[in-house]
Design a binder for this molecule. Sequence first.
Ligand SMILES: *Cc1c(COP(=O)(O)O)cnc(C)c1O
Length: 407
Amino acid sequence: MTNPWKKDFPILHQQVNGHPLVYLDSGATSQKPYSVIEAMTQYYEGYNSNVHRGVHTLGTKATDGFEGAREKVRKFIHAKSVQEIIFTRGTTTAINLVASSYARANLKPGDEIITTVAEHHSNFIPWQQAAKATGATFKFLPLEADGTLDIAKIAEMITPQTKIVAIHHLSNVMGTVQPIKELAQMVHAVGGVISVDGAQAAPHMRVDVQDLDVDFYQFSGHKMMGPTGIGVLYGKKSLLEQMEPIEFGGEMIDLVDLHDSTWKELPWKFEGGTPIIAGAIGLGAAIDYLESVGMDIMEAHDRKLATYAAEQMSQIEGLTIYGPKSERTSLVTFNLDDVHPHDVATVLDAEGIAVRAGHHCCQPLMRWLKATATARASFYLYNDESDIDALVKGLKKTKEYFGHVFR
Ligand SMILES: *Cc1c(COP(=O)(O)O)cnc(C)c1O
């Protein structure tokens, strides 16, 4: 059975190193459908103009496109209001905004920021540095061996000192989905806030920020079929209203006087400078595409592939898979005995198979796993079982090749 969506992605129909491309690196960045590429081209060819200040026709069209994309994002994650949707450059910038504004203004010595060792550096360093700057304590929830959290074990760690819990929704290394709704309840019961790195979850599953009851949620356009350079910070209005902007300049001001200034209302208060107009329009088109597929279908598809991959790969002798045995989604991180993951990725690349190797921006997690690096195959809508069969074949070849070299 051929994958019904692959035809929508022009880049996938090419040969790499003499083989049909097998793209298994969507966890790093996803490919884009025609509709996203076309939406951005249409903007540049037809109505490129700055937003919010023009009264001319193109300016109005650009503003409608840009603010229309914000409404699409609001609906996509079921936020209450577009005032809660801040456009940023990506997940990293969105997390830094919360850590630099909210955390630094609200923390003092004795307070605690709690995270895990499984965070992407982008959801680790901003909090580590905010803790250093404010004198707050930086703590880690204990993980089970497969990267999951045991809610019963962590309950006692969440106390009235807990001011911020910052955690991933879906791990970019382990493929685990964390119990965000339960965590949010625990954190709120002690008066803290929860900030969730949704960079991997938003592309692969239905996210409802009201149902999860998260205070902040961040994700990137480029991992969900949209362009690079655009991302989203969701924040509860009551919190965003208290927060000070960290970037000052055009677009975000209300009145500017010689010795003081006032800011626009939400969400523009946090969007200093000309915003990422084409990026937002592209993200809006990506959301249209995702919704046309349906996030439930997407989630089932990506789960099925990750499960199938883990099953097939676990039959290769000497191959270690990290993360949970079942309940994994979208990716499989692994190592082959005695072969460096960079060598694995290089041999696979010669077969036209793109996987990622390295620390995956998770050095604390690599140390915890006692691995210097790992290889990762990650899947998306346009992949199917034939891609995984090609990967398994490539891995067997890699083993043979290195077995031969070292014997
Ligand atoms: C990719 C990723 C990030 C960083 O996203 P950027 O788009 O590089 O800002 C953060 N967290 C996780 C889990 C990721 O996978």
